[in-house]
Write a protein that binds this ligand. Structure first.
Ligand SMILES: [Zn+2]
Length: 299
């Protein structure tokens, strides 16, 4: 069972003209929330603290267990989904394992053989077989490796990954780990709901980002901590919403609000911006229960 909406369904919904002014309000509200939390501190300074804080050296499983009840509560999910929290170095080790290198190498050989076979007609001479071999070898061996490298780069950037029932976390401060663990554990529940067939879509990312933000707000309300991580999550949420807003303005031939457009002047459109915007709009329309409803039924 697939989880949530396809990218096409997301775009169809986001393109509704009435969403433009709603997105403006959602962006504005979150900017105000950020400003209140920041209490006059400049945003770049707050975002920089992520790099400056010392890395947490306690148990990663404890981090996951801290956020788990919050995630399960927001998702109204009755099961305690089993999950191990592991260092991301373990994930990187698995990804670059000898088996995968051998598969890539065999792919290269298979490609070379195929190329020689296809090009074995005497008329082709020797150059074509080699070219075929190199081309097929690249497609079979090198392309998947390139795709994998991109995936690793992405999960290092975001601080974590959920892979085959485990949550992997990159070294960071305790607050950042809690933030990333909330996001990745949401993916773990999505995998459980979709019985393992979850594909990484803009919708599933928007859903995980939304739950992550809610967990951070709840922890902040409870302990008065995680302020910087909450501001950071809000910042990325606003960036995604703004990109969704600009996309929606573009599809309706409407001139965007200049101040909002300026906010994302120097950032690239993130592929998950559309899904994030859709989830925020759905929440605005039907309330926070939307995060659990999408697990129970296809909207
Ligand atoms: Zn994610």
């Amino acid at each position: 069972m697939e989880f949530g909406w396809t990218d096409e369904e997301c775009k169809r919904y986001l393109a509704r003209p009435e969403n433009i002014s709603i997105l403006e309000d959602l962006i504005l509200n979150k900017v105000i929330e950020m400003a209140n939390l920041g209490n006059g501190r400049p945003l770049p300074e707050i975002l920089e603290t992520r790099k400056l804080t010392t890395h947490y050296d306690g148990s990663l499983q404890d981090i996951l267990e801290t956020v788990k009840p919050f995630v399960l509560d927001i998702l109204d999910y009755p099961k305690d989904v089993h999950c191990n929290a592991l260092p991301i170095s373990e994930y990187l080790r698995l990804e670059s394992s000898a088996t995968k290198k051998i598969i890539a190498l065999l792919g290269g050989f298979a490609g070379a053989f195929l190329g020689t076979y296809i090009g074995s007609d005497p008329g082709f001479g020797l150059i074509l077989p080699s070219a075929f071999g190199a081309g097929a070898g690249y497609v079979i061996g090198a392309l998947p490796a390139k795709k994998r490298a991109k995936r690793i780069e992405k999960c290092l950037e975001s601080g974590g990954v959920c892979h085959q029932g485990n949550v992997y976390l990159a070294p960071s401060s305790k607050d950042n780990l809690l933030s990333v663990a909330a996001h990745e554990y949401t993916h773990r529940v999505q995998v459980d709901v979709s019985q393992g067939s979850l594909s990484n879509t803009s919708f599933s990312e928007g859903h995980a980002n939304g739950v992550q933000l809610k967990v951070l707000r709840k922890l902040y309300q409870r302990d008065g901590s995680l302020e910087n991580s909450l501001i950071e999550a809000l910042y990325f949420n606003v960036l995604n919403l703004t990109h969704g807003y600009l996309w929606s303005c573009g599809s309706n031939q409407q001139v965007p609000n200049e101040k909002i457009a300026n906010f994302v002047k120097f950032t690239m459109l993130h592929p998950y911006a559309i899904g994030q915007s859709v989830l925020d709009l759905l929440e605005n329309e039907s309330g926070p229960e939307i995060y659990s409803q999408v697990l129970k039924e296809k909207l």
